[in-house]
Design a protein. Structure first.
Length: 534
């Protein structure tokens, strides 16, 4: 259950986003690495749920704010008793105002706190279940229970976490039907959708500080273990279909290990190694007993199961908990087209008669402004389009020349690269590269950094750097060649240039250029060739 150690000021502050908030532990499975490959017969004992070595990463603001409010409630005074006391006093009771002094709340803040408390639904007391849990258990294919820990998370979602739960509930209409279908196909309970609810709020772009990503919050290692691609072009942890399939497989494996869904959820959060150690140490498979045993689980995992149950109870009976006014978003729907190679999203949107934002919303796994390249003979990339646009897209796309389908290329920075050299190699400008990648300092390149390179129209008709391919077959070699040119000792021949143009620019004669570069026949000089000029 939720433990309380500090004054109720923290709780009241959490209701309105005021005052200091505690730090919430990251989902522990986000950093687990149980070391078992696909199909491994048993879970290993690695305690890999701490996330202590994870690199810092941008955090989803919505989930971070909700978890901060949750941390404040966990640290705060008795949520249920405080709320009931304020309700009993009534809106006009002068004693309510006197309480403000004991909490050191500013006089201007207190009315808003009371308003937040009074606005909560009166049909069911905060945290109370308006029906016997046994009467609704049959509506769930996961085990549901009602105890003090579940009651306090119901209270949390009705109180400090209400605004976040409302967003999750609205968003659930978009993804729950799809997720249920996939979970059913994998032979696991459909109500596991509520695990995604407490992990990400059904946000495809949710990201934790431990670099867990997507609706099911996979880290890169665990995602790769379950077949999720993550590279320069795509991150399938954000794909609603592929990530849900991976989560279903992972959860099924956890359940098979212990035959208990509560322990499977704990393993998803803490890492299977930690759950196995807790079972071995305390000699029980009862989650509630383990949760109350000192040292079995971290607080995050102790709360994970009751939080999931509370989220599920409210989601199927929103009208009983004051959420009847929440409008669910329409279910996700799409049509699929196959693309034989990389295509600019702007081109796709134009052909389909929709916006780029609509394409990105249906394909949240895309990390760039284009679909990924397809290897020769490889499987075409399946792209989702809004319903009713498939035929229009096919008709318009057939008219688009291959040279007009992609305006961006990808490049990974190597040692010695500069933006100037990269711009020369790809026939673009430093300013365009900086703008496309949000770079403010041209000297702040990092080795291994992935860049999106905008290509000018005349360079879009071929593979990356084809105009220089005769002198350097790979992007790295092209940039190296361009780096030499940028030093002032070399020049990369551009379209329309002759040796005479180059000689005039560098103050040398054509004969000198021919001698420096071993050129006997000027007709054999090609665009992209690197010439020595000093």
């Amino acid at each position: 259950m939720i433990h309380r150690r500090t004054p109720s000021l923290l709780l009241l502050a959490a209701l309105l986003g005021l005052g200091p908030l505690g730090a919430h532990a990251a989902p522990a499975h986000a950093a687990e690495a149980d070391g078992a490959g696909a199909g491994a017969p048993a879970l290993v004992e690695d305690d890999a749920g701490d996330g202590e070595t994870a690199e810092a990463a941008p955090v989803d603001e919505e989930m971070a704010a909700m978890r901060a409010a949750e941390a404040a409630a966990i640290a705060g005074d008795n949520l249920l008793d405080l709320d009931r006391a304020v309700r009993l006093l009534g809106p006009g009771n002068p004693w309510r105002t006197r309480i403000a002094g004991s909490l050191d709340l500013d006089a201007s803040e207190w009315p808003a706190v009371l308003e937040a408390l009074d606005a909560r639904p009166a049909r069911a007391a905060l945290g109370e279940l308006p029906f016997p849990v046994s009467s609704v258990a049959a509506r769930y294919d996961i085990p549901v229970a009602y105890n003090a820990a579940v009651a306090e998370y119901i209270a949390f979602f009705q109180g400090p976490g209400r605004r976040y739960y409302e967003r999750w509930l609205a968003r659930s209409g978009r993804y729950v039907p799809l997720f249920r279908e996939i979970l059913r196909e994998h032979g696991v309970p459909e109500d596991l959708v509520y695990l995604s609810m407490i992990e990400s709020g059904f946000s495809m772009h949710a990201r934790s500080w431990a670099a867990a990503v997507g609706p099911w919050q996979f880290i890169e290692g665990t995602g790769a273990m379950y077949g999720l691609r993550n590279d320069f072009w795509v991150d399938e942890r954000q794909d609603p279909v592929k990530s849900t399939r991976a989560a279903a497989r992972f959860l099924k494996r956890l359940h098979d290990a212990w035959g208990n869904w509560y322990l499977a959820w704990a393993g998803y959060n803490a890492g299977p190694g930690r759950v196995k150690k807790a079972i071995d140490r305390f000699g029980t498979h009862d989650f509630w007993e383990l949760a109350s045993s000192d040292g079995a689980f971290r607080q995050e995992t102790q709360h994970y199961v009751p939080k999931l149950i509370a989220a599920a109870l409210i989601a199927k009976h929103p009208e009983h908990f004051g959420f009847e006014s929440v409008e669910l978003e329409p279910p996700l729907a799409w049509e699929t087209v196959e693309l034989p190679d990389a295509v600019d999203l702007a081109v796709i949107a134009r052909c389909a008669g929709v916006t780029v934002e609509q394409i990105q919303e249906l394909n949240p796994e895309l990390r760039r402004w284009a679909t990924p390249p397809v290897e020769p003979g490889g499987k075409p990339y399946a792209l989702r389009l809004p319903v009713g646009t498939q035929e229009q897209f096919a008709e318009n796309f057939a008219r688009v020349k291959p040279s007009e389908r992609l305006a961006y290329r990808g490049y990974k920075v190597r040692s010695g690269d500069t933006l100037g050299a990269i711009a020369i190699a790809f026939d673009t400008s430093v300013e365009a590269i900086m703008r496309s990648n949000g770079i403010k300092n041209a000297r702040a390149l990092r080795v291994g950094q992935e860049l999106v390179i905008p290509m000018p129209p005349e360079a879009q008709g071929s593979a990356p750097g084809t105009r220089h391919a005769r002198v350097a077959s790979s992007p790295a070699k092209r940039v190296a060649s361009a780096s030499a040119a940028a030093s002032g000792r070399h020049h990369v021949l551009r379209a329309g240039e002759t040796l005479g143009h180059v000689a005039l620019r560098y103050g040398v004669s054509v004969d000198q250029l021919k001698r420096l570069n071993g050129i006997r026949d000027v007709r054999k000089v090609r665009v992209g060739q690197t010439l020595r000029v000093r």
